[in-house]
Every structure is written in C-alpha cells, then in structure tokens.
Design a protein around this ligand. Structure first.
Ligand SMILES: Cc1cc2nc3c(=O)[nH]c(=O)nc-3n(C[C@H](O)[C@H](O)[C@H](O)COP(=O)(O)O)c2cc1C
Length: 216
C-alpha cells in the first residue's frame, strides 16, 4: 500500500482539490439553509402580524401588539409548548388578547389558529396560521377560500351554549363544508376550548397586560 509520501503528486493534488470542493459545498449548503430558515421565519412573522391586524380593527387598541406579549401554556390551547399571546389595550385598559391555539384533529393533522378574544369574552376573530387540509375540501377555513372563518365573529360562551359549538349537522350553529366535516369540527372544538381557557384565565392575563403598560 502506498503512503501519502509515496503517492504520486497528481493524486495528492486531486485529493486536495476534491476535499476543498467538498468543504466549499458543505459551507454553501449551510449558508443557503440558514438564509432559507430566516426567510421562513420572516414570512411566518409577517403572516402573523397581518392576521393580528386583521382580527383587531385599528382604533380598538393603542399599544404595540408585537411587544405586548405574554407566554401562555394550557392544555386547552392544544399547543405542544408555551406560545406567545398578544395583549391589546386601549388607554391602558384591557381591550383584547390574541391567543395561539392548535386543533390537533384536522383531516391531515394539526391546524394552527390565531384566536382574538375581546375583553368581554366575545370573539374578535379567528384566523388559520397553518394547515395541511385538502384543497377544495378542508381549506375552506381560509378566508381566501370562503367566509366560513368569519362565522366565529361575536360568538362567546354567553351567547352560544356548549351544544351549539358544533356544525349544523351535529345540531350546532356552524356550517359544515360539503363532503368535509372533519376540518370544521376540529376548528370549532379548538376555538370553543380556547374560550373556556380564556374564561378561567382572563383576569390573570389582563393583569399582566396592565402591568406591562404601566412599566416606565
Ligand atoms: C382525498 C380526500 C381528502 C379529504 N380531505 C378532507 C379534508 O381536508 N377535510 C375534511 O373534513 N374531510 C376531508 N375528506 C373527507 C373525509 O374523509 C370525510 O369523509 C368527511 O370529512 C366527512 O364529511 P361528511 O360527514 O360530510 O361526509 C377527504 C376525503 C378524501 C378521500
């Protein structure tokens, strides 16, 4: 067997070139990956910001939603880990909270939701952040595909009894989609549970909002 010293110089040179190429390729892939991750994060944040401002009309709050946040963790929200909630205040008074929740039982897995609850416990609005539901069937939860998601606006535990948090076929208040009841059922259940969580936790959540507002 030949030792490196006894290898012909051309082989050693080719081996070095190959090694350099390999190292450069690895570095390039790492860079591209990093850039892609950053772009995905930016796109996520952008989508979230747009959803936040869609849910809460301008003028209903006067604080910075992006910095007025609190970490929230409760099994009723369905998330795998603690998630950021955004607190809205008007003249230092609690106006609304926007919670992240996950419906774990969509047709194709989890559906991530942004749920805005006004201080009086009624829904300001719901938006879908991420889902893998089927185009033409379950994707009618997107406002771009149908108006269905707006049917949550104004609903609360007070004006909608527990058994009405269901699709019409199950004797509830919400439309189902033709040939697709799994998706709407999953979203309705997640929103209802989030309101139940809010009902228990709102005093504590809003106490944190006012504490944040009053910081020098
Ligand atoms: C390829 C395929 C994709 C489907 N995608 C969805 C979906 O995204 N959401 C949904 O609720 N049901 C979807 N369904 C239908 C469900 O399997 C189920 O039949 C339906 O939700 C029950 O609704 P129904 O009670 O109106 O029949 C899909 C079915 C097939 C065959």
């Amino acid at each position: 067997m030949s030792t490196p010293d006894s290898m012909p110089r051309s082989i050693r040179r080719n081996a070095s070139i190959l090694g350099l190429f390999a190292a450069a390729t690895v570095a390039m892939v790492a860079l591209v990956q990093q850039g892609t991750d950053e772009r995905i994060n930016q796109a996520r944040q952008q989508a979230q910001l747009q959803a936040l401002t869609e849910i809460l009309p301008a003028g209903s709050y006067d604080n910075d939603l992006l910095t007025s946040t609190v970490l929230v963790d409760d099994p009723r929200l369905g998330n795998r880990s603690a998630q950021t909630a955004h607190l809205a205040t008007l003249n230092g008074q609690p106006a609304a909270i926007i919670l992240q929740a996950t419906a774990p039982d969509g047709y194709s897995g989890s559906i991530r939701l942004l749920i805005g609850v006004l201080a009086d416990g009624s829904l300001a609005g719901v938006r879908v952040l991420e889902h893998q539901e089927t185009p033409g069937l379950g994707d009618k939860i997107e406002p771009a595909k149908s108006d269905w998601i707006y049917s949550f606006n104004g609903k609360s535990l007070t004006n909608t009894a527990t058994e009405r948090w269901a699709v019409k076929r199950d004797r509830g208040d919400f439309d189902q989609f033709a040939g697709a009841t799994i998706t709407p059922r999953a979203v309705i259940k997640a929103v209802h549970k989030t309101l139940q969580y809010f009902d228990d936790a709102h005093a504590q959540l809003f106490a944190q909002a006012t504490a944040t507002e009053n910081q020098p």
